[in-house]
Design a protein. Structure first.
Length: 376
């Protein structure tokens, strides 16, 4: 991938890049739609990454290209970038970092993170360019700050109202661990997963039904949460616990109540998961994953049939636990499963999807990997 990024850069711009940086996609173990409610999340960086070969220029022009469409998009940092398709992600990051800009740049992206599958190819592209620009502009931002700049670009320039989980995972990820993030205090801690010694893997079952965050569903969920918090007199849903559920039920309409219940119980499940993982109680962790899926399917209503089928198949194949991951309305489910059962899981998923007339899913294992870094 590093060589591919360099070759792509040379073909697009006709000279050698200054360096290559990369950032991973992420899978969220548990804690969904909790980030923008100032709650808890538990994602990890995956062994699929976006790479950027980049060089600074003498002038203020910023050009980005990628093997995704072979086009080159160009802007300078005098006005906010608009109408630049995927290039809004990297050029959006450059825009939100413009106060540190020392020059324009040329950048070429390659990636093996599946796009639109809930594995956050968007954060991978943002964090890859974020670490690159931080270095060549000598911006001095911390990893956490680069994550927040990536989120800002996605919110303000791309226009997707997402939380900070994806970028934080991509920046702070560590090998063999998940990142426990408190989205209120921004405190982050590595949680060792010890999957390898138990012969477990995290399998991704990508339904290949693409989601789009800038579409309505995500936004409407956010609005429900904001309304719920306001009605219940807290600045965010983080201010509530399971003890507040009866009051929430009394004061909210039926739909908003279920949305709020998902967030409140999901926060608790993240805390319980950390306890289960630290005790090595994988059975309990598996139950929490399933309960999370159930809550997303019925209370938050962001699952789709394909994801429900994937989870069901995973459990029938013998997974410890399984749930959809990411923002929902498509994308992927994960399963914690014995390494030896992976081929069976793939076979079962493909058969179940074919029987239902769905498109063919992709099933593969992901390995918890290191966050954004310079490669060369
Ligand atoms: P997800 O983050 O779950 O993959 P998003 O809708 O948040 O899905 O982000 C996907 C978008 O990010 C793509 O539609 C594309 O615009 C952009 N993107 C991601 N990776 C790349 C890449 N390697 N090259 C170009 N654009 C990319
Ligand atoms: Mg995304």
């Amino acid at each position: 991938m590093i060589e591919k990024a360099i070759a792509g850069f040379k073909a697009a711009f006709g000279y050698e890049p200054q360096g290559v940086w990369s950032a991973p996609g992420r899978a969220n173990l548990i804690g969904e739609h909790t980030d923008y409610n100032e709650g808890f999340v538990l994602p990890f960086g995956i062994d699929k990454r976006t790479y950027v070969a980049l060089a600074s220029r003498q002038d203020s022009t910023c050009r980005v290209s990628s093997d995704i469409d072979g086009k080159t998009y160009e802007t300078n940092l005098t006005s906010v970038p608009v109408n630049l398709d995927w290039a809004l992600y990297p050029l959006g990051v450059a825009w939100v970092m413009r106060e540190w800009a020392k020059s324009g740049f040329d950048a070429f992206f390659v990636s093996d993170v599946p796009v639109g599958s809930g594995l956050s190819s968007s954060a991978a592209i943002e964090c890859a360019i974020g670490v690159a620009l931080n270095e060549i502009w000598d911006a001095g931002r911390t990893r956490q700050e680069i994550a927040l700049l990536g989120q800002k670009a996605e919110n303000q320039v791309v226009g997707a109202p997402t939380g900070m989980m994806d970028q934080t995972a991509s920046m702070l990820a560590e090998k063999d661990s998940a990142v426990f993030l408190d989205c209120q205090t921004l405190e982050a801690r590595a949680i060792p997963l010890n999957l390898e010694p138990r012969n477990l893997v995290v399998a991704v079952m990508d339904t290949r039904v693409a989601h789009r965050h800038s579409d309505g569903g995500y936004r409407v969920r956010r609005e429900s949460c904001e309304r719920g918090a306001k009605t219940l007199g807290v600045s965010s849903l983080r201010g509530l616990t399971v003890q507040d559920l009866p009051r929430a039920e009394a004061e909210l309409d039926e739909v908003d109540f279920r949305r709020v219940r998902h967030v409140i119980t999901e926060n608790q499940r993240v805390l319980d998961s950390i306890e289960a993982l630290s005790e090595g109680d994988m059975e309990r962790f598996g139950e929490l994953l399933l309960a999370s899926h159930d809550s997303m399917a019925h209370d938050f209503e962001i699952s789709i049939e394909e994801l429900d089928v994937a989870v069901e198949v995973a459990m029938k194949t013998g997974a410890v636990g399984s749930r959809m991951t990411g923002g929902g309305f498509g994308g992927a489910a994960i399963a914690v499963i014995d390494k030896g059962l992976l081929p069976q899981l793939e076979k079962n998923c493909k058969e179940a999807f074919a029987a239902k007339g769905y498109g063919e899913p992709k099933v593969f294992a992901v390995v918890p990997s290191e966050g954004a870094r310079r490669e060369r």
